[in-house]
Design a protein around this ligand. Structure first.
Ligand SMILES: [Mg+2]
Length: 248
């Protein structure tokens, strides 16, 4: 059989340097130029990202192009940001500004098999994500990286996943964000594994029993196939999903 395992990056496999290194640089410079508090600047950046996410006329790549977001916000404040965010990311791509999560390299090593493809599925643009993947040593495990600038789509669109599902007997999507990683992927017929926030009592349950016990909100009708608290649980979950395909 062929299995494709789509892996979200930020909050799932790794921590990126935006919070630790990029936004502080942008906030400090634009604060000095405008007199606004740095925290206010960063809030404006997040608001601009949210506004772009909510606007279907904005391309997926521009929604997540933080260079463009920074210059747009700076322009509204009558100034420009002197610098390049991709360069700041590249300069801070290694720990301690970034980190692997949950022993991700060991997990990827456990998941790797000739019949499986491990594919990164991220809303971060490749210019920001590839330097971090390289610095953290995660890139060699990945057959491909799917990102909005490379696919022309967001995770809400089937086309984001390109031709990978067509050649697979089983697609598994793993990520930490219910709306981005679980809901659309489940709709595309993938099996989904949610790395969910901690809930008291849930860890004692089997990963496949946790969705029935998780306190989903009333409007969260989509259920993941399994819930994990750490990536370390993922290899066994994938083994069982593959076993279920064999039994069909
Ligand atoms: Mg994430």
């Amino acid at each position: 059989m062929r299995t494709v395992i789509f892996l979200d990056l930020d909050g799932t496999l790794m921590r990126n340097p935006f919070h630790s290194a990029v936004f502080p640089v942008v906030g400090a410079q634009l604060s000095a130029k405008t007199g606004l508090p740095a925290g206010d600047i960063v809030l404006r950046l997040r608001d601009e990202n949210l506004a772009r996410r909510a606007d279907p006329t904005v391309s997926a790549a521009l929604v997540w192009d933080w260079d463009d977001i920074v210059q747009t916000v700076a322009g509204r404040l009558g100034t420009v940001f002197e610098g390049n965010l991709a360069e700041i990311v590249a300069a801070h791509a290694a720990p301690p500004d970034t980190a692997v999560l949950d022993d991700a390299p060991d997990v990827l090593r456990s998941l790797a098999a000739p019949h499986r493809s491990l594919v990164a599925a991220t809303l971060g643009l490749s210019k920001y994500q590839l330097p971090v993947l390289d610095a953290l040593g995660l890139r060699p495990w990945l057959a491909a990286v799917l990102a909005p600038d490379l696919t022309g789509a967001s995770k809400q669109d089937r086309s984001f996943y390109r031709d990978w599902p067509a050649a697979a007997d089983l697609c598994v999507m793993t990520g930490d964000l219910y709306e981005d990683d679980i809901v659309p992927a489940q709709g595309f017929g993938f099996r989904t594994v949610w790395k969910a926030p901690a809930v008291a009592g849930l860890d004692a349950l089997d990963p496949f029993e946790r969705p029935a016990a998780y306190p989903f909100a009333a409007d969260q009708s989509v259920r993941p196939d399994a819930i994990i608290r750490s990536l370390a649980e993922l290899p066994a979950v994938v083994d069982r999903l593959e076993g279920a395909v064999h039994e069909r």
